[in-house]
Design a protein around this ligand. Structure first.
Ligand SMILES: NC(=O)C1=CN([C@@H]2O[C@H](COP(=O)(O)OP(=O)(O)OC[C@H]3O[C@@H](n4cnc5c(N)ncnc54)[C@H](OP(=O)(O)O)[C@@H]3O)[C@@H](O)[C@H]2O)C=CC1
Ligand SMILES: CC(=O)N[C@@H](CCC(=O)OP(=O)(O)O)C(=O)O
Length: 306
């Protein structure tokens, strides 16, 4: 009998770590767990890293950087790494773990020693923008503005506790200093030349997300219509299991995909006003975090999800 690959989730008890652990039953792998009482003990974590083929880091950014340093000290015995934090998403030497990014990306992830799992908001924004820029429909200098709303689980354990214990706020804009940690990731991987304006928000619901991007069609190239945008997106994702391009819907609830690892893209165009709104709907904990991590784990280990 061939041995199953061994996975260690550093941060297994956190929101993202738990989501990945639950999903691992869909893959033929062995999970190497450590005693939760020792979850921050460097010696115990280093031994677990040495025992693993793949380590999934589900830690705050600074702890992720320290974990990578720890893995580096293992030299030849260092495991492959998948990092769920923001720390390495634009870093040289890391492959961006969004398999649908381009036709070559899944293969790049398969062979990569270090993969960064995308952010939840960037997953939606990049999925909408990158195909339009690659197709020459949107100029890379287009002044992109991105609005988004997330469920409170996106803020991790602290925000979950604040909402579930104290009950609010019902809806809150944040990131209004326009320096949200996801902007550089969107800027780079969407292929934009100009820094986008990004306005995130959080609502009093646990899971779900909508990313929306308003467009003036006359400022795109070639007199395009909403149908042209739909065709460009649909053509790009036709063979993808996790990304679906659907007809416009006059109303979208952010919670509809809670518990799912899929993402829905739509183009809401108005031919009279020559305007459109692109939307991506996903679960911030699904395709926005743990579901995407599972896709990357399967690719990196050459496994098929059950
Ligand atoms: N929640 C989300 O929607 C998403 C989160 N992410 C990213 O995933 C990462 C984890 O986030 P999330 O799961 O939400 O966070 P949580 O706060 O829910 O979990 C983080 C876990 O890491 C543990 N931890 C903290 N510091 C260390 C350390 N030095 N050594 C070992 N363990 C440590 C924490 O333990 P303790 O609680 O005891 O401190 C906790 O169990 C973050 O980088 C986040 O940005 C990515 C996509 C979406
Ligand atoms: C609602 C909320 O607070 N969301 C988080 C983003 C979720 C997250 O942690 O994103 P990463 O994938 O980059 O880790 C935030 O805006 O910081």
């Amino acid at each position: 009998m061939t041995q199953q690959p061994v996975i260690f989730i550093d941060g297994e008890a956190g929101t993202t770590g738990l989501g990945i652990r639950e999903r691992l039953s869909a893959l033929p792998v062995t999970l190497h767990s450590i005693d939760p009482a020792h979850r921050k003990d460097p010696a115990v974590r280093k031994d677990a890293m040495a025992a693993a083929d793949l380590v999934v880091l589900c830690l705050p950014d600074e702890a992720s950087r320290e974990a990578v340093e720890m893995a580096n000290t293992l030299g030849q015995a260092a495991p492959r790494l998948l990092d769920a934090s923001t720390a390495f998403r634009t870093a040289p030497g890391w492959v961006y773990g969004f398999p649908e990014l381009s036709p070559a990306q899944a293969e790049a992830i398969q062979g990569a020693p270090r993969v960064s799992n995308p952010g939840c908001y960037p997953t939606g924004a990049i999925a909408l923008l990158r195909p339009l820029i690659d197709a020459g429909i949107m100029d890379a200098h287009y002044p992109v503005c991105i609005n988004a709303v997330s469920g409170y689980s996106g803020g991790g354990r602290m925000m979950i506790e604040a909402h579930e214990r104290d009950g609010g706020p019902a809806f809150e804009l944040y990131g209004l200093a326009l320096e949200h940690k996801h902007v550089s990731e969107i800027h780079l991987h969407a292929g934009l030349a100009r820094r986008p304006v990004f306005v995130p928000s959080v609502g009093h619901f646990a899971q779900g997300m909508i990313v929306s991007i308003p467009l003036h069609l006359d400022d795109l190239n070639g007199g395009v219509t909403g149908e042209d945008l739909h065709t460009a997106l649909a053509g790009r994702y036709t063979a993808q299991d996790h990304v679906h391009v659907l007809p416009a819907d006059p109303k979208l609830s952010a919670e509809a995909l809670a518990g799912s690892d899929k993402m829905e893209l739509r183009v809401h165009g108005n031919p009279h006003t020559r305007q459109a709104v692109l939307t991506a709907r996903l679960d911030n904990l699904g395709k926005g975090a743990s579901g995407a991590a599972l896709q990357n784990i399967a690719l990196m280990l050459g496994l098929t999800q059950a």
